[in-house]
Design a protein around this ligand. Structure first.
Ligand SMILES: Cc1cc2nc3c(=O)[nH]c(=O)nc-3n(C[C@H](O)[C@H](O)[C@H](O)COP(=O)(O)OP(=O)(O)OC[C@H]3O[C@@H](n4cnc5c(N)ncnc54)[C@H](O)[C@@H]3O)c2cc1C
Length: 219
C-alpha cells in the first residue's frame, strides 16, 4: 500500500480538458483495495484494484489547475514507456547471456549445441535485435530529456520495439535451452512470463502503433 495515490479524475464533460489530477491520501474514507490479482508473471510486484467510493478530496490536493490532468498523464507516459522498454532490454540481455553460456556447455550429437550453425544464427539475430532496440530506446530517452517535439512518437516506437524484441529474444533463449527452458529449475521461463506483460502495460503495443501512425500522418 502506498501513502498517496496520484489520480486522474473526470471533473467535467469537456473531453480531455475535463480531467484533473488529484492526490488521494491512503487514509481517506472510501479508499479501499481489491484482492491481490493472480498473475502469469510480475509476481515481485503486487497488483490490486484501487477502489474509490464517495471519497471526498480537498481542493488543496489538486495538482495544477482544473482540467490539466490529461496533459500531466501524457507527459508522464513517455518516461513510463521508456522504463518498461528498458525492463525488456534488461530481461532479454540476461536471457541472451544465459543462452550463450548454456549452449556452450550443453553437448548433443557429440558437440556443444553452440557449434551448430543454427544456434549461432539464432544468437546473432537475438543480439542484433537487442542492440537495435537498445539504440532506439537511448535515442528516445535523449529526445525526452531534450523535450524534443517528436519525443512521444519516439517513446512509443522505442517501447513497441524493445518489448516485442525483448519477448522474442527471451522466447528464442527458452528454445535454445530445449526442454530445460520450460522448467522452473532454470531461469528463462520466469523472464518469458515477466516480459509478456510489457507489450500490454503503459499502453498496449497496438496503441503505440496508433500513436506513431497518427504522428506520421500529422506531419
Ligand atoms: C500486471 C499489471 C499491472 C498494471 N498496473 C497498472 C497501474 O499501476 N496503473 C494503471 O493505471 N494501470 C495498470 N495496469 C493496466 C494496464 O495499463 C492496462 O491493462 C493496459 O493499458 C491495457 O488496457 P486494457 O487492459 O483496458 O485493454 P483494452 O483497452 O481493453 O484493450 C484490449 C485489446 O484491444 C486493443 N485496443 C484497445 N483500443 C484500441 C484501439 N484504439 N485501436 C486498436 N486496438 C485497440 C488493445 O491493444 C488490446 O489488444 C496494469 C495491468 C497489468 C496486467
Amino acid at each position: 500500500m502506498n501513502d498517496i495515490y496520484v489520480c486522474m479524475v473526470r471533473t467535467s464533460d469537456n473531453g480531455a480538458k475535463g480531467i484533473s489530477c488529484l492526490v488521494v491520501e491512503k487514509d481517506t474514507p472510501g479508499l479501499s483495495f481489491g484482492a491481490p490479482e493472480k498473475k502469469l508473471g510480475w509476481n515481485a510486484s503486487p497488483t490490486a484494484q484501487v477502489i474509490f467510493e464517495d471519497c471526498r478530496v480537498p481542493v488543496a490536493n489538486r495538482v495544477g489547475a482544473e482540467g490539466e490532468g490529461f496533459r500531466f498523464a501524457m507527459a508522464g507516459l513517455d518516461g513510463g514507456r521508456l522504463n518498461i522498454g528498458a525492463c525488456s532490454l534488461g530481461g532479454a540481455q540476461r536471457c541472451l547471456d544465459e543462452a550463450i553460456k548454456y549452449t556452450k556447455e550443453r553437448q548433443q550429437f557429440g558437440q556443444p549445441v553452440a557449434d551448430f550453425q543454427n544456434t549461432q544464427f539464432m544468437l546473432a539475430d537475438m543480439a542484433t535485435d537487442l542492440e537495435a532496440a537498445r539504440a532506439l530506446l537511448y535515442l528516445a530517452a535523449c529526445k525526452v530529456a531534450a523535450n524534443a517535439p517528436d519525443k512521444s512518437r519516439f517513446s512509443a516506437m522505442a517501447k513497441r520495439l524493445a518489448t516485442d524484441n525483448g519477448s522474442k529474444i527471451v522466447n528464442d533463449a527458452l528454445q535454445l535451452f530445449g526442454g530445460y527452458g520450460y522448467l522452473k529449475d532454470y531461469p528463462i521461463e520466469r523472464f518469458w512470463r515477466d516480459l509478456r506483460v510489457h507489450s500490454i502495460l503503459e499502453g498496449t503495443n497496438q496503441v503505440m502503433r496508433m500513436i506513431v501512425g497518427r504522428d506520421l500522418l500529422r506531419q
